[in-house]
Design a protein around this ligand. Structure first.
Ligand code: IMP
Ligand code: MG
Length: 191
């Protein structure tokens, strides 16, 4: 984890952007490590990467380029009922996959696991489609809050409880193109 630093680029001066939680360099380095690990694990049976929209797109784009195998892409969008900052575990599929999962090695690519409820739903849903396997690669896991064991094969970073934005993660669809992961200061005054 890095020291605090003021945001530069598109969010320069934005009082809601707090400390750097995962820097651009750390993202790049860890993504390369995960890609190498996935390459080794899936040699001979390249996975179908299933990105969970929209938060996982930056991570999936970078991760895929670090996997030295002919992977395929598909995407799913889910929305969880409940309020904006707490997952209820009741999930609705907003955009379903295009591809048939029968016999495929599926690797779910997620931005962040919080309660783990969204992932539990997704995993169950995808397992019902007769894939050869379903594993998960999560960029971030928020420490300590999972209600059930999320059984994650690949994890980028375990982070403290702060809500975070950047590198795909949003608040009301903002901040996704911040090039690193930062804490989000909800109470900061706009000026
Ligand atoms: P869960 O069902 O509680 O694990 O919620 C996971 C989903 O909530 C993630 O896929 C994100 O879309 C969203 N989420 C959870 N924490 C954050 C955060 O700190 N920033 C942005 N989105 C988050
Ligand atoms: Mg998400």
């Amino acid at each position: 984890m890095s020291d605090a630093s003021a945001p530069v680029g598109p969010y320069e001066g934005d009082p809601h952007i707090g400390r750097v939680v995962v820097s651009t360099d750390e993202l790049r380095q860890r993504t390369a490590e995960l890609g190498a690990q996935i390459t080794a694990d899936y040699t001979g049976s390249p996975p179908l990467l299933v990105g969970v929209l929209k938060g996982a797109i930056m991570f999936m784009a970078d991760l895929a380029r670090e996997i030295a195998l002919p992977v395929e892409f598909d995407f799913m969008a889910v929305s969880s009922y409940g309020n904006a900052t707490k997952s209820s575990g009741v999930v609705r599929i907003v955009k379903d996959l295009d591809l048939d999962l029968t016999g495929r090695h599926v690797l779910i690519v997620e931005d962040i696991i919080d309660s783990g409820l969204t992932l539990a739903y997704l995993r169950k849903n995808l397992l019902a489609r007769n894939p050869a396997s379903v594993e998960v690669c999560a960029l971030l896991v928020r420490e300590g809050l999972q209600k059930r064991d999320p059984d994650l094969k690949y994890v980028g970073f375990r982070i403290p409880p702060d809500f975070v934005v950047g590198y795909g993660l949003d608040v009301s669809d903002r901040y996704r193109n911040l090039p690193y992961v930062a804490s989000y200061l909800a109470d900061a005054d706009d000026h």
